[in-house]
Design a protein around this ligand. Structure first.
Ligand code: UD1
Length: 324
């Protein structure tokens, strides 16, 4: 049994990691400032984890949270390209300064390894597909710059201080519990939510942009593998975490619409600023060094996701109906 610290534990990815680690019998501590996370996400594990409602800006609390921890899974962030364009300062604070504080806390506490939620946005809009880790990054949005800057910080703390770090460049993660109610929500959650409420979702641009949509279970596995992989294979390195297959937004729309038996076509809006055209991961490095293999594909993941949101909608309607 090991002691794990998950930052952003009340978020979609953090809470999924918490459930997996608790099920494996590990000790889990989690921090979250609940700015975008939700305690509801921790309902299944709340009695089995040490939850601390703190902000990564609070240095002394961060140091205390790192005490006795072997592995840190750093998920906390303001995870949105458009939000970083609208409010770059808040994003910078939450994505860069917070990560710096965590690195300092982890180093002081003697943490063994930090696994960092990096982003495929680091590649920017380069034409070459699939994206390989050795390509020169070309971040477009403030969010992409922030995520990339922290990869460099991770590498530096390994090279300079010997703190083992692994950066996982997530490719458009989706799944149950992803927030759907904000204008900054990921596209899959937004589309499902809209269709469930009987409204046609909006596609920004022509819908031909494509993404390597990655089901949450694959991302959870990659994180767990990144903790236990041999130091000489992974420390100071960066790995793509995707599936190696991509789908256009129109294909994605059609799949969700067919699962929900939603017959209306999409609305169209202007292409989003800072958006990129195509994104597809080369996952060879993760396969060799981590033993990572995506086990849930796009369609299966989408079925699980849609049925979770459907269940939520039914529960919500039942609760509203029960209120006199
Ligand atoms: C980017 C990153 C991803 C990161 C995420 C954090 C890339 C390739 N991916 O995702 O790794 O985790 O930021 O937020 O850079 N869209 C619509 N209608 C909507 C919402 C979105 O058409 O209502 C479109 C967007 O314009 C975009 C696509 O759907 O083309 C995906 O958008 P989104 O889910 O927000 O993720 P990315 O910005 O691709």
């Amino acid at each position: 049994m090991s002691c794990y610290l998950i930052t952003g534990i009340a978020g979609f990815i953090g809470s999924s990691l918490a459930e997996a680690l608790v099920a494996m019998g590990h000790q889990v501590r989690g921090i979250d400032n609940l700015s975008t996370g939700d305690r509801e996400n921790l309902a299944k594990v709340q009695n089995e984890i040490d939850f601390r409602c703190i902000d990564l800006g609070d240095k002394s609390e961060v140091v205390a949270a790192c005490e006795g921890v072997e592995y840190v899974l750093h998920q906390a962030a303001i995870a949105s390209v458009p939000r970083s364009i609208e409010d770059p300062e808040a994003s910078h604070q939450a994505n860069i300064n917070a990560t710096f504080n965590l690195l300092q806390g982890a180093r002081n506490a003697g943490v063994k390894r930090i696994v960092y939620a990096a982003s495929s946005s680091a590649y920017g809009d380069q034409e070459t597909q699939p994206k390989q880790e050795n390509m020169l990054p070309s971040p477009l949005s403030p969010y992409a710059v922030q995520k990339l800057a922290c990869e460099y910080y991770m590498q530096s703390y390994y090279h300079v201080y010997g703190l083992e770090t692994v950066s996982l460049r997530y490719f458009n993660v989706f799944g149950p519990r992803q927030a759907a109610d904000s204008p900054y929500s990921g596209v899959i959650a937004k589309f499902i939510q809209k269709m469930l409420s009987g409204e046609a979702p909006t596609i920004f641009g022509n819908g031909q942009q494509s993404r390597d949509f990655t089901y949450i279970e694959n991302v959870v596995k990659a994180n767990i593998l990144a903790c236990t992989a041999r130091r000489d294979q992974v420390a100071g390195r960066i790995f793509n975490v995707g599936t190696g297959k991509s789908y256009t937004l129109l294909q994605t729309y059609d799949l969700i619409a067919s699962l929900l038996e939603f017959s209306a076509g999409p609305k169209y809006g202007e292409a989003r600023m800072g958006d990129i055209e195509h994104s597809l991961a080369d996952i060879q490095n993760a396969r060799h060094a981590l033993g990572y293999m995506p086990s849930v594909g796009f369609e299966e993941g989408m079925q699980k996701t849609v049925s979770w949101y459907k269940g939520q909608a039914i529960r919500k309607a039942a609760m509203e109906g029960a209120v006199p």
